[in-house]
Design a protein around this ligand. Structure first.
Ligand code: CA
Length: 233
């Protein structure tokens, strides 16, 4: 018996990147659908309803932001943005518009496949409310019913806002969260631009939860974008 392969739509106009993606994804058993323009990407997405979209931001006819916005009008499937270095502002915008993650060129096959697995897994668990109140990532554990947090088996006391921030990161482990998303979630929409709040709270959380706060294993910074609680070990 063969399972139906998961399909990935690749919207990318650079032939070399396209070739690399096709080879990496096909060898992993994914079915690859390709488009080289934003308009074609949107059309292919409608036709095939792929399980995941890999989206280049710099497309010849429109930018990836517009593609993201238009996809999000009808689809909740994960979108992974592919962009060149130095496009931090664009990445953030795409994430705030509903993209799930990003990859910075050049990236390797291992990183690509790991990010795809995380995005597909989050999409699968995000479809229904989490059944389990306890979330574990590596040595970190949170009990959402009892509001208890543990690091390496020892209970850690967090302030209410530290707890809210940590709970949100744990529930989205593996996924990059923008400054705006985190601030809105923890402090509310009026605080969406107060990134210094986050810097302070992340320092506090690292001190309480990381073995080496200066070199965090879990609570990692995505420069210019936001934070990610690393899930794959
Ligand atoms: Ca491009």
């Amino acid at each position: 018996m063969t399972a139906i392969p998961l399909s990935i739509l690749v919207v990318e106009d650079e032939p070399q990147v396209q070739k690399f993606l096709r080879a990496s994804l096909t060898s992993e058993g994914y079915r690859v659908i390709e488009a080289t323009t934003g308009a074609d990407g949107l059309a292919q997405a409608r036709t095939h309803n792929p399980d995941l979209v890999l989206l280049d931001l710099g497309l010849p006819d429109m930018d990836g932001m517009e593609v993201t916005t238009r996809l999000r009008e009808w689809s909740r499937r994960p979108i992974l943005v592919i962009s060149a270095r130095g496009q931090e502002a664009d990445k953030v915008k795409a994430l705030d518009l509903g993209a799930d993650d990003y990859l910075t060129k050049p990236f390797g096959t291992f990183e690509l496949l790991a990010r795809i697995r995380v995005a597909l897994r989050n999409a699968a668990t995000g479809a229904e409310p989490r059944a389990l109140p306890v979330v574990t990532t590596g040595t970190l554990r949170i009990d959402l019913d009892k509001r208890q947090v543990f690091a390496s088996g020892r209970e850690v006391h967090l302030t209410p806002n530290e707890y809210k921030l940590f709970a949100y990161l744990m529930q989205n482990s593996g996924k990059v969260l923008t400054h705006r998303q985190l601030l809105k979630e923890v402090w509310g929409p009026a605080y969406a631009t107060q990134t210094h709040y986050l810097r302070v709270y992340m320092v506090q959380l690292r001190h309480k939860l990381e073995a080496n706060p200066a070199r965090p294993t879990y609570l990692t910074t995505e420069p210019g974008v936001g934070y990610r609680l690393k899930a794959d070990f």
